[in-house]
Design a protein around this ligand. Structure first.
Ligand SMILES: [Zn+2]
Length: 74
């Protein structure tokens, strides 16, 4: 069985990251679930992914992928 599980990957990835900053895995997993279920957040992830797939800058000034694209193609 691979980890994170393919059918709950986003939530586990979020929980792993959150877990570094909170006391319990249970709390991390709860917060991750709330983030993963948020329609606005999901829409933004989709929007950023769609922009990158068409070679566009996603417009997020903190975006690591866009930063790397501008420094490697220059
Ligand atoms: Zn980007």
């Amino acid at each position: 069985m691979s980890y994170p599980p393919p059918d709950d990957r986003l939530r586990h990835l979020l929980a792993q990251q959150i877990n570094c900053h909170v006391d319990t895995w249970k709390l991390a997993f709860f917060i991750a679930g709330a983030i993963a279920d948020n329609p606005e957040i999901r829409a933004e992830i989709d929007r950023i992914g769609a922009a990158h797939n068409t070679g566009q800058h996603c417009g997020d000034r903190n975006c690591q992928a866009c930063f790397e694209a501008t420094t490697t193609t220059a």
